[in-house]
Ligand binder design. Sequence first.
Ligand code: SF4
Length: 379
Amino acid sequence: MKRDLLSLIYNPDPFWPHPLTVEPTGFKNKALGAFHVNLAIGCSHGCRFCYVPSVSAIKQAKKLRKLGVTQPMFGWGSYLFPRLWNEHAFRLSLRKAMETPDSKLLPDGNRAVFYCSTTDAFQVSRHWNPKVKQLHQGQMDLLFRRSLELIRDESDLRVRILTRSPLSANYFDLMKTLGDRLLFGMSIPSLDDEVVRLYEPHAPGVQKRLECLQKAKQEGLHVYVAVAPTFPEQGIGDFRKILTVINSLDPVTVFHEPVNVRGGNVDLMEGEFRPKGIDFHGDIFRSPKNWAVYAARALKEFELAAHEVGLAEVLKLWPDTALLTEESMDAVVESGLFADHLEMANWITRQWEIPSAWPDVADLVGQTNDSHEGRCGDV
Ligand code: SF4
C-alpha cells in the first residue's frame, strides 16, 4: 500500500527492512571477533567521533531517506531502526558462519561473534513517538535474546559483547549460560565524566558503566575493557587513573586507541563543539601530521601507564594503519617518540600481532551450563 509523504514523515516504519544475520567482520588487527551481528541501523548514543554514519549510513542513504532520515550523518544519534527477526534467516547465517574454515577468517578473531560493530546492542530509543519507542525496545530485546540463545544452542562459536550501556546488566543471567564462550566488555575512555560527555553526549555516564562492569565481574562473567577512544584532553595521568581502577577487575584484555580520523567524524565533532564554543581540536584532527603525533603519543603513554599499573600482559593496542604513511612516520619520528621509521613500523606491527586472550577452555568444566560443557573444545 502506498503511503503519502506526511504519513512517511510521521509514521515511518520502525524497523530496518532486513533481518538480523551473522556476518564475517572486517576488523583487521583488532582481535575483536571473526563475525559480527548488528542489531540495528543507527545508534542512540550518537558518539561524535563515530565513523559509522559516514562509512555505513551514507551507503544506506537511499533506504534511510525512505524511512524519513534525510541527514544520516548529522542526524547521527537521533535515529534507530532495529532489524527484523527471521529465525530461519538467522539460523542459515549461523550455519554458514559455523562452516567457514579458519583459513577464511581473521586469524585473531577467536571464532567469536562480536556484538556489535556499528551500533550498541543495549540502548534507549530516542524516537519522539512513545509507541515506536516501545516497539524499538521490544525488538532490540528480542533480537539480542533470541540470537544469543541460538548461537549458544546451535553453534560452537564464541561471543564478545562490547557496550557503553548498563542496560546490558538485564541480560547477565542469559550471558552466563554461555560460560567461557562469552566475554563481556565495556567502552570506558576515561573516568572524567565531563570530557566523555562532550564526545559521547547521549551515552550513559562512565560511573554507571564502571558499576555495570563491576557487577558483571561479581556475577562471574569474564570481563574486558576498551579504553577507547581516548581524547586529546587526556594524558598519562588520566590513563594511570582509569587503568588502576580497571586493574581491580582482573580484565581478560584491555584495548586502547585514540580518536582516529575516519569518514566524516571530524565534521561531526566540529558540528557538535563549534556552536557550543568548545575546541574541537581542529589543529590535531585536520592535520595528518599533528594527528599522527597525538595518536602515537597517546598509544605510547597508554602502554607506559599499563606497565606501571601491572596490566601490560593483557594490553592490546589498536594503532591505526594511517600511522604507517611516510607523512605520519616523519612527523612522529621528528617528535622524538621513535628513533626512526623502522622502529616505529616494527612497534606498530608488533601491536597488531598481539592476540587477545580467551579464558582457558579447560575452565569450562563444571561451570554454569552443563549442556554446553566442552563445546569450546571443538573450536
Ligand atoms: S556506541 Fe559505538 S556505534 Fe554507537 S555511536 Fe558510539 S561509537 Fe558509534
